[in-house]
Ligand binder design. Structure first.
Ligand code: DC
Length: 239
């Protein structure tokens, strides 16, 4: 009994959700986290917060020593407001949740997240977010690099048109001045950079289950994912 308990303390239950930009990873992760009482972490928000810090402090991407120094000054915290169903990202104590979704950050985040010192720093930090409740983390390399032993890996996908329409509506609802064309360009550009970069490129883990949500409602997608999650959780608890 004690050995089992200690094993679980050392290796908490983790669900990794990876996939292309705007495939709905965070939406699904938030819903599942609430349903299964897990801690939700949006790893993309971490890369976005780092990008915002670099923009605001004029950090040049060319000098690895300066990058490493700048990274030491970055502290990112996540908070989830279960009542408003909103996550908040704090960069050095300031709520930057809206700022990190701006086009200015979206245009640079793939370049920043491809930098080796940045990947090393963020991956290590993400790995150390340990929560005894268990974790659900979404991103591009969670099932392949950050948590290769995750108990469940979901690769979420949808066709590019569906993804860019969803993103456009989301940005419009927030009052952002963007065109559908700009959104499509940003998505396809980021997908290309994210999946072809040298370090930790976006790819489907060999043992991931694939959910294509192009023609699924949020409810249908949640039902499918919940079945996978419950099976994984039962297996984990039996260990
Ligand atoms: O999930 P998102 O669109 O907010 O992520 C923003 C960018 O961060 C994405 O284009 C690539 C990068 N990213 C990454 O490289 N690795 C992750 N685990 C998560 C995000």
């Amino acid at each position: 009994m004690l050995v089992r308990y200690l094993c679980r303390m050392l290796q908490p239950f983790v669900i990794a959700i990876d996939g292309f930009s705007s495939s709905g990873k965070s939406t699904l992760a938030k819903q599942l986290a609430e349903k299964l009482n897990l801690k939700f972490v949006d790893s993309g928000a971490y890369y976005r917060a780092v990008t915002l810090y670099f923009i605001e402090h004029n950090i040049s991407f060319q000098n690895p020593d300066l990058l490493i120094e700048a990274l030491q000054a970055i502290d990112v915290l996540f908070e989830y407001d279960a009542i408003q169903k909103q996550s908040k990202t704090f960069l050095n104590g300031i709520n930057v949740e809206n700022k990190i979704r701006d086009m200015q950050v979206s245009e640079l985040v793939s370049e920043v997240s491809a930098l080796s010192p940045v990947r090393k720093f963020v991956s290590n930090t993400l790995r150390n977010i340990n929560d005894q409740k268990g974790l659900i983390m979404d991103g591009r390399d969670i099932g392949t690099v950050v948590f290769p032993d995750a108990q469940l890996k979901i690769f979420l996908t949808a066709n590019e048109k569906t993804r860019s329409e969803r993103r456009f509506l989301e940005m419009k609802n927030k009052g952002a001045e963007v065109t559908e064309y700009e959104i499509l360009q940003n998505l396809s550009g980021r997908d290309l950079l994210d999946s072809t970069r040298k370090t930790a490129p976006l790819k489907q883990a060999g043992d991931a289950v694939v959910i294509d949500n192009s023609n699924l409602s949020l409810q249908q997608q949640l039902e499918i994912a919940t079945k996978f999650a419950e099976t994984a959780l039962q297996k984990y608890l039996r260990k």
